[in-house]
Write a protein that binds this ligand. Structure first.
Ligand SMILES: C[S@@+](CC[C@H](N)C(=O)[O-])C[C@H]1O[C@@H](n2cnc3c(N)ncnc32)[C@H](O)[C@@H]1O
Length: 248
């Protein structure tokens, strides 16, 4: 191709590229605007729910602080919060029942939220100083710090439990109690969490997990561990069941 024609062709390509770039910027701005609108709507819904809860509290003369925080957290991160309200007392007590308060070693809780299961563990006789709480929601961490000042609080991702706790635990754990919404994660990840927990625990120690699902959140047909389930706890909202896994 002669040089002037080539230069003309190049200029044409450059112009097209500039147009494409311009189009891309406009689309990006539109997407950002839509995101901002969605976030605003989510905040408005959150505020409305909070107002309704406050009105309900005033009318009934009760306080539902934890519920409000939970709903807010659920609106912000539905998959990782995994529930719209904290666990009820019956479910929390059932979880705690599987931990022997006289065993030795730390008791690890994954995803304690605002602490209903933590409280049930303490009421069941587990020394608060034995508790190692792994929670990644900063506002829940603030609550946990004030409610359980003697417990060790780790603000981080429970799925990195091995890295977070290996150096921290001076003894193998006596139990791992999990409130994580396991079913929102791929099965491979759930199994890895279970294996990591077994590696940090005493042989035969329980990994205690609650679920709203009908089936076990970890496939029980796999070899290498045993599984037992509690009765369904109908009084919880929503009804739940506790599963206990032990390394075979
Ligand atoms: C279904 S709520 C249960 C809270 C509490 N245990 C209860 O029974 O009310 C799940 C909790 O796990 C926490 N969580 C979810 N994914 C997590 C992760 N990867 N690491 C640490 N905490 C997590 C959430 O912030 C939330 O507090």
């Amino acid at each position: 191709m002669p040089l002037p024609a080539l230069q003309k062709f190049e200029r044409k390509i450059e112009r097209q590229l500039r147009l494409l770039e311009f189009g891309k910027t406009i689309i990006e701005r539109r997407i950002e605007r839509q995101f901002r609108i969605l976030e605003q709507r989510r905040d408005d819904i959150g505020k409305k729910i909070e107002q309704r809860i406050k009105q309900f509290e005033l009318k009934r003369g009760i306080r539902l602080d934890d519920e409000v925080r939970f709903i807010r957290s659920w609106i912000e991160r539905p998959l990782s919060t995994g529930a719209v309200t904290p666990s009820g007392k019956m479910l929390a007590r059932t979880m705690a029942r599987y931990v022997d308060p006289h065993s030795s070693g730390p008791v690890v809780e994954l995803g304690p939220g605002t602490g209903p299961v933590t409280e049930a563990l303490v009421r069941a006789g587990v020394e608060p100083s034995r508790l190692v709480l792994v929670e990644f929601n900063p506002s829940f961490c603030r609550i946990l710090r004030t409610r359980f000042p003697q417990a060790t609080l780790v603000q981080g991702d429970a799925y990195s439990m091995r890295r977070l706790l290996e150096a921290l635990l001076l003894q193998p754990a006596a139990a791992v109690v999990s409130g994580l919404p396991l079913i929102t994660k791929p099965v491979k990840m759930r199994l890895r969490l279970l294996r990591d927990a077994f590696d940090l625990m005493l042989p035969g120690a329980p990994f205690i997990q609650f679920t709203y699902s009908v089936a076990s959140p970890v496939p029980t047909r796999l070899k290498g561990f045993s599984a037992e389930a509690s009765e369904r706890i109908w009084l919880n909202i929503p009804p739940a069941r506790v599963w206990v896994y032990r390394k075979a």
